[in-house]
Design a protein around this ligand. Sequence first.
Ligand SMILES: CC(C)(COP(=O)(O)OP(=O)(O)OC[C@H]1O[C@@H](n2cnc3c(N)ncnc32)[C@H](O)[C@@H]1OP(=O)(O)O)[C@@H](O)C(=O)NCCC(=O)NCCS
Length: 170
Amino acid sequence: MLSLFIVERLEVLLATSDDAPAIADMSRNLVESGLSWQWKPAAVARQILRKDTEVIVARRNKRIEGFAIMRFREDDAHLLLLAVEPFAQRTGIGRSLLTWLEESARVAGTFFVHLEVRVSEQGARQFYRALGYRERGRVDGYYQQKEAAILMTKDLRIVRQTPTKNVSNL
Ligand SMILES: CC(C)(COP(=O)(O)OP(=O)(O)OC[C@H]1O[C@@H](n2cnc3c(N)ncnc32)[C@H](O)[C@@H]1OP(=O)(O)O)[C@@H](O)C(=O)NCCC(=O)NCCS
């Protein structure tokens, strides 16, 4: 018997206001767990409307599997949020989202991207290192006085950076 598998294509697109509740839920569950929920649907919807901010989603078959939010400033860009649903992690979605935003920054003539990540998120820290981000500092209590942030930066003018070693004392 012939089995037919239809593999839906993953698309990376600009988010619309209708996506705000799903993005907010993912932020609460995947990024803000253990913290009080800041990125509620209204806060996400405001980002979608801002001219200096790009909110993008990775969507397959109408379902959002990942999203990212980046703010563009005069001289640099700031990655505010990025998350991928656990069932879809390690399939390249995070890389696709971040690469999309980095390309957008390059086109805008913005060559430095900054971000903060929870010190306990070893997987995310590895992910950013793999994509060429360097750990350059730590801010204790950054997350609601409950957890430290690791500050990371990428210089987009460098085509290929050697990933930094696991800096466990940060
Ligand atoms: C961090 C996160 C966005 C990565 O997304 P992802 O789609 O799983 O990442 P990718 O599949 O694109 O991974 C690209 C590379 O990063 C590295 N990487 C990703 N996740 C990793 C992990 N958990 N441990 C070690 N390396 C990892 C690997 O080198 C990987 O390449 P490989 O799979 O070929 O080895 C995702 O794990 C996530 O949503 N985590 C929870 C939310 C979060 O912490 N967000 C970041 C702070 S805002």
